[in-house]
Design a protein around this ligand. Structure first.
Ligand SMILES: Nc1nc2c(c(=O)[nH]1)N[C@H]1C(S)=C(S)[C@@H](COP(=O)(O)O)O[C@H]1N2
Ligand SMILES: [Mo]
Length: 420
C-alpha cells in the first residue's frame, strides 16, 4: 500500500525509473567523457564512410547488374567513377583500413552510447518541435550507427550472411547514418570542443545528481575503452599480412585460417569443393575457355592458352572482408590479348566473366575497359611458379590490379567482350 503521507513521485523524480536523472548513478557520465569519445568517432566514422564509399565504387557497381543490383543508386551513386588499376594495392589498403578501423571503433561506439544512454529515457519525449526533430535525428543516428556496425561485423564474421543484399543494406544504411551523423556533428562539435578546453567541467544533464562513489577515474575509463580498441585492433590487423602476423588475426575468420604451404599456400576464400567444381570439369579434355567478341567465338584448351604469350604480374588478393594477401606472382594471358583474339586489337572493351561454378554469388563478374586494358590484368594459369591449385581457380582465374577479390573470378569458363 502506498503511504498517503509520502507524495507520489513524478516520472522524472522517481529515482527507480530510468526517466529520472537520479536513476543514473555513474560518476563517469558527463560532458567531458562524452566529448572525448564523440571526437574520436567524428574522425573515425568519417574515415569509415569515405573508405566505405570508395570500396563500393571499386565494385564498378554502375557497370552491370552482375556486379551490383542496388536499385536507384543513381542518386546516391553520383560519385561513382571508373575504378583505377593503380596503385595495385589500392583496394587492399582501402579495405584493410575500412574493416580494421570499423572493428577497432566498436568499444568507442559502445562507450559513447553508454555515456548518453540516460537521454534515451528523457521525459517528456518532446518539449517542442525542434526537440522532437532532434530526438528523431538521434534515433536515426543511433539506429543507423548500430545497423552499420552490426551488418559490417556480420558480413565479415558469418561469411556473407546476406547473400547479394549486404551491399544494398550497408550502402543505404551508410547514407542514412552519415546524414544523421553530419547533422549531429555540426550541432555538437562546438560544444564538444568547449568541453575539452574547459578545466572545470560544465554540468549538464548527463552528470548524475546523486553519483555513486567512482570506482575508476574518467581517464581510467578512457584507458579501458582504448585498451579494448587496442585488443580488437591487435587481433584483426594481421589479416592484411602474410606469415606469422596472419596468425594473430584471431578475430578475422578468413584471416587466420591455415592456408597451407608452398606456392599456392595463401588464403583461400571458397574451395573448389565448396563451389562444386569437380576434377571432371577441369581436366584437359573437358575444359575449354570460350571467348566471345566482335568477330565471333573462340574456344581454347588450356594447352592452347599456355602457348599464347604469357606475362607475369605481382598482385595481391584483397577481399571486401578486409583480409588480403601480399603480392603473389601470377602468370597467364593478358586480358587485352584475349580481347584482341576476338576482334578488339586496339580498343579493349568491358568484359563479362563467367565461372564453371553453377551456384553461389561470385560466379560472374564484369570488368571495365580500363581493367581489361591494363597489361597486368591476366587470365592466370600459374601462381608463384606453379600450376594454380584447384582451390585458387585451376584451370584459370582472373587477376586484376587494385580490384576487390570478388572480381578475381576463379575457375573461369567464359569471357564475353563487348560493351556491357
Ligand atoms: N568462381 C568464384 N570465384 C571467386 C569467388 C567465388 O566464390 N567463386 N570468390 C571471390 C572472392 S570473394 C575472393 S576474395 C577471391 C579469393 O581468392 P582466393 O580464394 O584465391 O584467395 O576469389 C574470388 N573469386
Ligand atoms: Mo571476397
Amino acid at each position: 500500500m502506498r503511504d498517503p503521507d509520502i507524495p507520489r513521485l513524478s516520472l522524472r523524480a522517481d529515482p527507480r525509473l530510468p526517466s529520472s536523472p537520479g536513476f543514473w548513478r555513474s560518476a563517469l557520465r558527463g560532458p567531458w567523457f562524452t566529448s572525448v569519445l564523440g571526437l574520436v568517432l567524428l574522425v573515425g566514422i568519417t574515415v569509415l564512410f569515405v573508405t566505405g564509399l570508395v570500396s563500393y565504387a571499386a565494385y564498378n557497381p554502375d557497370l552491370s547488374p552482375v556486379n551490383d543490383k542496388t536499385p536507384d543508386k543513381g542518386l546516391l551513386g553520383f560519385y561513382l567513377f571508373s575504378w583505377p588499376t593503380g596503385p595495385h594495392w589500392l583496394y587492399r589498403l582501402n579495405q584493410g583500413v575500412h574493416v580494421t578501423l570499423g572493428v577497432t571503433l566498436i568499444p568507442v561506439l559502445l562507450a559513447k552510447l553508454w555515456s548518453v544512454v540516460p537521454r534515451l529515457f528523457t521525459l517528456p519525449p518532446a518539449r517542442s518541435l525542434t526537440h522532437a526533430l532532434e530526438r528523431i535525428s538521434l534515433l536515426l543516428l543511433v539506429g543507423g550507427g548500430l545497423f552499420e556496425f552490426v551488418t559490417g561485423v556480420l558480413n565479415v564474421q558469418l561469411d556473407y550472411v546476406f547473400p547479394g543484399s549486404f551491399y544494398r543494406l550497408h550502402f543505404y544504411g551508410a547514407w542514412v547514418f552519415f546524414a544523421a551523423f553530419t547533422a549531429h556533428a555540426v550541432l555538437k562539435l562546438p560544444m564538444a570542443l568547449r568541453n575539452l578546453r574547459q578545466l572545470r567541467e560544465e554540468r549538464n544533464d548527463l552528470v548524475s545528481p546523486r553519483p555513486n562513489e567512482p570506482t575508476v577515474s574518467r581517464r581510467g575509463a578512457l584507458w579501458f575503452v582504448g585498451g579494448g580498441s587496442l585488443l580488437l585492433f591487435a587481433t584483426t590487423v594481421g589479416q592484411s599480412f602474410d606469415g606469422p602476423l596472419r596468425r594473430t588475426a584471431l578475430l578475422a575468420p578468413h584471416g587466420a585460417g591455415e592456408p597451407g604451404s608452398g606456392p599456392n599456400g595463401f588464403q583461400i576464400n571458397k574451395t573448389a569443393a565448396y563451389a562444386g567444381i569437380s576434377p571432371a570439369q577441369t581436366g584437359e579434355d573437358a575444359w575449354r575457355l570460350v571467348v566471345t567478341g566482335r568477330t565471333g567465338t573462340v574456344r581454347l584448351s588450356r594447352a592452347q592458352l599456355a602457348e599464347l604469350p604469357l606475362h607475369s604480374a605481382a598482385l595481391p588478393i584483397a577481399c571486401v572482408e578486409g583480409w588480403s594477401t601480399s603480392d603473389q606472382w601470377w602468370r597467364g594471358v593478358r586480358l587485352r590479348d584475349l580481347a584482341a583474339l576476338v576482334g578488339y586489337e586496339d580498343d579493349p572493351p568491358d568484359v563479362f566473366v563467367e565461372s564453371l561454378q553453377q551456384r553461389g554469388s561470385f560466379r560472374k563478374a564484369a570488368l571495365r575497359a580500363n581493367q581489361v586494358a591494363d597489361p597486368r590484368s591476366l587470365l592466370a594459369l600459374y601462381v608463384n611458379g606453379e600450376e594454380l591449385s584447384p582451390d585458387h581457380g585451376h584451370p584459370a582465374r582472373i587477376i586484376v590490379p587494385a580490384a576487390p577479390g570478388v572480381l578475381n573470378t576463379k575457375w573461369v569458363a567464359r569471357l564475353t567482350f563487348g560493351d556491357l
